[in-house]
Design a protein around this ligand. Structure first.
Ligand SMILES: [Zn+2]
Ligand SMILES: [Zn+2]
Length: 189
């Protein structure tokens, strides 16, 4: 424990729990609470209101390193991110931490993405790197839920996934198959 730091429990200003301060944590009990404390809704986006980098991304110091807040949010609330994977925005707002607006891509994919600007079409549905279901399974999940026979929790258990994943599917945020540009078949008529 460094000199001069209080070593009695403090109260987290986000969740109200008491916690022991550490070099990174003096006002919130965890990184999670820090993210939640500094978030502000703007339209559909959940914007980071704390410190920013020159490039406009939200930043937090964790374990002596600076990390982008949307990337931390993805790691905490969704799952692990490989070192060579990029967490990208569908909303183009670098401060946004809305999990529905974040997706993972490898670096090259992100470059291509910036060039082609075809974000949504390329990253929803089973073509997504994170896809665990076929589009048929996703459709099945939506149908079952729409009939009101099962809860999202039950579907999550049934498909061995998280409730959040099911939530995204039934809300049409994941595995939405957009109509492809269909080629006109010649000689059919
Ligand atoms: Zn807390
Ligand atoms: Zn957003």
């Amino acid at each position: 424990m460094p000199q001069g730091k209080p070593n009695h429990p403090l109260t987290c200003r986000n969740c109200g729990d008491s916690f022991l301060p550490s070099c990174n944590r003096e006002k919130e009990c965890s990184i999670r609470c820090r993210l939640l404390y500094y978030v502000e809704r703007s339209g559909d986006c959940f914007l980071w209101t704390g410190g920013k980098s020159k490039s406009g991304y939200g930043c937090i110091q964790t374990d002596g390193r600076t990390e982008r807040t949307h990337r931390i949010a993805y790691k905490i609330f969704v799952g692990p991110v490989d070192i060579d994977e990029e967490v990208c925005h569908t909303c183009d707002n670098p401060l946004c931490m809305n999990l529905d607006h974040l997706f993972i891509d490898d670096h090259q994919g992100n470059m291509d993405d910036m060039v082609t600007k075809s974000r949504q079409a390329r990253h929803v549905g089973e073509s997504n790197h994170l896809a665990r279901f076929s589009n048929e399974q996703a459709e099945d999940i939506r149908l079952q839920y729409a009939r009101g026979e099962v809860t999202q929790k039950e579907l999550a258990d049934l498909f061995n996934t998280s409730k959040q994943c099911i939530h995204r599917i039934v809300r049409g945020k994941s595995y939405v198959v957009r109509p492809a540009k269909t080629k006109v078949q010649k000689g059919e008529n």
